[in-house]
Design a protein around this ligand. Structure first.
Ligand SMILES: *[C@@H]1O[C@H](CO)[C@@H](O)[C@H](O)[C@H]1NC(C)=O
Ligand SMILES: *[C@@H]1O[C@H](CO)[C@@H](O)[C@H](O)[C@H]1NC(C)=O
Ligand SMILES: *[C@@H]1O[C@H](CO)[C@@H](O)[C@H](O)[C@H]1NC(C)=O
Ligand SMILES: *[C@@H]1O[C@H](CO)[C@@H](O)[C@H](O)[C@H]1NC(C)=O
Length: 507
């Protein structure tokens, strides 16, 4: 669009400004009708970015069109996870079209894990916040950045297994060790940007020029990936005319988008969770294990302070707000882009675009806000979250946490490394059973499993005890009314001090 600006002086000394548009060429529509047109020109040896978190906001229509496409092979796919078997990117894993994944989490189904553990694919496990920021940096022309996530872990040391042999026992290729640098007395790792050739994303609304609007928590990785690649393909539930999305509500400006196609695949929900009527919540835990977990969860609920912001891990931590003391308000953050989680929905009110980090249906509390994964983790890494409660596999006496991988059982770190990466600002509370299923201690001198974070844990809550980590030493501060210090000593490998103010756990 060309325009000329002329300034003309008049006798009255007023100056008039004329703006004359010589030509306004209305930009061409980016809408394509067939999936063949949508994926035209995509070839082999590419880096493919795919939006979505769990089953939310996944560009299924475009991905389905790539399955078994003869031209699309040897793909490096960048996606937080790979969907479920038979859905999303896992289909391209099964066909062998994807040869490398860059992800934070393997997800609920086994195909991905099996291919990885039998040496069929490369996997670059990346903390979820680093993943979002590596994509954001690539989009913004920044080649690398320093991040605190993963300091002191296999990420720093270059020990994350990238490729196994056929037996899954030998690591043939490991990750690149990271350059470490200190800023203001804290360590950071140099993380390289990711630059995509093609991005496939899903929007709720796109206009014919490519401006996009995302609904609920389905923005997740979609907006940041949509900004990154050389070729960005949007599938939208609704295609509208320019101007129908108010300019101030455009989440992804048209400049980033090349093609728009109507989404034709239905939305799915991975885990339906509902608020139960009060009568049904009268907890009568069945097993001894349920009783233990209920105790842990109730004690964990006492960690919330009024007016604070908290992020809760999957499992026991997610249940803690059910036992929130009455006079306390907390705002819950969900890593996939929600600040202000409400309760689980009533039956019939579930929404595929509103899920939490555990892929469960949720609602929004009044005053909630929604954003993309890159902003979610900026909030987390930037220390705006006051408290994170996470599950643990092992904790060391110095406050190291291991909670993302077992030998031979890989899940991925998801957002956990990011969540514990700023412990001076975000208090890290670990909830776990005191001993594992075989009765072995989980509080150890040193963690045996790969670390999530080093020297990051402030408090450990188990079914038997509460410990604080003070100057890299464990202090027993509370004890189950039916346990003895002697029993705790037997079930804890790490040495600990007993607080002079030792209390009974009250729940
Ligand atoms: C992909 O890379 C391989 C190895 O570098 C090369 O032989 C092949 O021609 C490439 N394919 C395409 C479509 O670029
Ligand atoms: C796969 O693609 C990568 C680049 O993305 C290239 O380096 C590699 O040689 C390719 N492998 C094959 C077997 O084409
Ligand atoms: C994988 O998902 C399919 C459905 O998509 C399900 O039938 C199967 O049980 C799942 N497998 C595992 C190991 O979770
Ligand atoms: C919690 O928030 C609600 C709604 O904003 C408010 O009515 C209530 O007074 C708050 N409670 C406390 C203890 O701040």
């Amino acid at each position: 669009m060309l325009s000329s600006i002329k300034t003309i002086s008049t006798n009255s000394k007023k100056r008039f400004l004329f703006i004359r548009c010589l030509s306004i060429t209305h930009p061409k529509t980016k809408v394509v009708i067939t999936t063949d047109e949508a994926i035209e020109g995509i070839g082999s040896n590419i880096t493919l970015l795919s939006g979505g978190f769990g089953l939310s906001g996944v560009p299924d229509t475009v991905i389905n069109a790539m399955v078994n496409h003869p031209a699309i092979n040897n793909v490096t796919a960048v996606s937080n996870n790979a969907g479920l078997d038979g859905r999303g990117l896992s289909q391209l894993l099964v066909t062998g079209q994807i040869t490398k994944m860059i992800s934070s989490y393997i997800g609920g189904n086994r195909t991905f894990e099996k291919l990885y553990l039998t040496g069929k694919i490369d996997l670059e496990l990346t903390p979820q916040g680093n993943l979002a920021e590596r994509v954001r940096a690539g989009a913004a022309g920044i080649p690398a950045f320093y991040s605190s996530a993963g300091v002191g872990t296999w990420l720093e040391e270059g020990k994350l297994p990238v490729r196994y042999d056929e037996t899954g026992e030998k690591v043939l290729k490991a990750s690149e060790p990271r350059e470490v640098r200190e800023f203001n007395g804290r360590k950071f790792l140099l993380e390289p940007a990711i630059n995509g050739d093609v991005a496939v994303i899903k929007a709720y609304k796109a206009d014919t020029l490519g401006n996009c609007w995302f609904r609920g928590a389905a923005r997740n990785f979609n907006s940041v990936m949509g900004r990154n690649a050389k070729l960005t393909i949007v599938e939208a539930e609704h295609i509208v005319e320019p101007g129908e999305i108010p300019p101030e509500d455009v989440h992804l400006p048209s400049i980033y988008v090349d093609r728009v196609i109507k989404s034709t695949t239905p939305k799915d929900i991975e885990i339906f969770k509902y608020s139960e009527p009060a009568s049904e919540t009268s907890e009568e835990p069945k097993s001894e294990n349920d009783l233990k977990r209920a105790k842990i969860v109730k004690r964990a609920a006492q960690e919330f302070t009024d007016g604070s912001f908290a992020n809760l891990g999957i499992g026991m931590p997610t249940l803690a707000p059910n036992y929130l003391p009455e006079n306390i308000n907390v705002t819950l953050q969900s890593e996939n882009g929600i600040l202000g989680l409400g309760p689980y929905p009533q039956k019939g009110e579930e929404d595929a675009d509103l899920i939490n980090a555990g892929k469960e249906t949720v609602t929004l509390a009044p005053g909630a806000s929604l954003f993309g994964s890159e902003e979610s983790f900026a909030m987390i890494r930037g220390g705006k979250i006051d408290l994170t409660i996470l599950g643990g596999l092992q904790v060391s006496s110095k406050g190291d946490l291991a909670n993302w991988g077992l030998p031979g059982r890989v899940k991925g770190m998801g957002g956990a490394m990011d969540l514990v990466s700023n412990p001076a600002a975000t208090r890290v509370v670990v909830v776990m059973e005191h001993v594992d299923k075989k009765g072995r201690p989980k509080i150890l001198n040193e963690c045996q499993f790969p670390l999530t974070g080093k020297r990051c844990v402030s408090r450990i809550i188990t079914d038997l005890a509460v410990f604080d980590v003070v100057d890299e030493r464990l202090v027993l501060i509370e004890i189950d009314p039916e346990a003895t210090v002697e029993e705790i000593k037997q079930k804890t490998e790490a040495p600990f001090e007993v607080s002079p103010n030792l209390k009974k756990i009250e729940i």
